[in-house]
Design a protein around this ligand. Structure first.
Ligand SMILES: N[C@@H](CCC[C@H](N)C(=O)O)C(=O)O
Length: 276
């Protein structure tokens, strides 16, 4: 049997996107890992599986797998690619699309010309939303990692993020420290580690070491989490331009209880078929 897919990316964070509405898809963890391998497979940071919704008033279900095969709750760059994919594939003609994820509903909107805006939902800070050995919802926590101490903000965008402020993202030890923070014992479900350089109150530079994928060229939920953390720390205004290694995202958040809005590109690279 053959399975059709699209290869897409959002700022260089790349995806294999599969239509599981019109195709029967059954891929186990080993097969996802093999497909995600850049030498022995297709290569991607995440695999996105588009399915029919479980609840009637939603339009789709969206499942996300890191290239290590783990299934995760949320993916921001993926959400924009998802919106372009379902519009391009004529799976919907709606403008705002209600999508079930493992942690609630998000509402992406494809704007045309390879741009999408996504209501990413309300960020959360409590240990119940992001398992972390801490009480309450402090703005920063000290974290010790192999002799290096930093102050991190923990933010759940559905998936967990630990964000720290650094002087310069180019010289920050993102790969070494990110790999240690990802598996730190205070994060029993592992974590995405963000390194944010404040450029001004409306502009940051960001690198993210992603859980289950390593450092990527951009991380959409990482950008949302960093801006939310920066606003809570009093360092940023409510609309922020985020520079990643793969390009720029616009993030907007108006404070507690409000959803985060993310605007940025979604690109199709090619379409293909695999034998399953
Ligand atoms: N690249 C993504 C995030 C993908 C999931 C993440 N690695 C996790 O394990 O939570 C994004 O754009 O948000």
């Amino acid at each position: 049997m053959r399975l059709k897919f699209s290869k897409m990316h959002g700022l260089g964070n790349d995806f294999m996107v599969i239509d599981g509405v019109r195709q029967t898809v059954s891929l186990d963890t080993d097969r996802i890992r093999q497909l995600g391998n850049r030498h022995f497979g297709i290569g991607f940071d995440q695999l996105l599986l588009v399915e029919s919704p479980q609840e009637e008033n939603n339009d789709f279900r969206y499942r996300i797998f890191n290239n290590d095969g783990s299934e995760v709750e949320q993916c921001g760059n993926g959400a924009r690619c998802f919106a372009k994919f379902v519009c391009d594939q004529k799976l919907t003609n709606k403008k705002a699309i209600r999508v079930e994820t493992a942690k609630g509903v998000i509402v992406p909107e494809y704007l045309g010309q390879n741009q999408a805006i996504v209501d990413m939902g309300v960020p959360r800070f409590r240990p119940v939303d992001i398992p972390f050995v801490a009480e309450g919802d402090a703005i920063t926590y000290p974290l010790d990692t192999g002799g290096y101490s930093c102050d991190i903000s923990v933010v759940s965008m559905g998936n967990p993020h630990a964000v720290q402020v650094v002087d310069n993202v180019d010289t920050a030890p993102v790969k070494e420290l990110g790999a240690l923070i990802e598996i730190h014992h205070r994060f029993p479900e592992k974590v995405n580690a963000g390194f944010m350089q404040i450029v001004s109150r409306q502009e940051i530079r960001l690198r993210v070491f992603e859980r289950g994928a390593g450092e990527t060229l951009a991380c959409g939920t990482g950008a949302c989490a960093a801006v939310v953390a920066g606003i809570r720390r009093g360092l940023l205004d409510s609309k922020v331009l985020v520079h990643t290694r793969g390009g720029d995202l616009q993030i907007e958040w108006h404070g507690d209880g409000q959803p985060v809005r993310m605007t940025g590109p979604a690109m199709t690279v090619f379409q293909g078929e695999i034998e399953v």
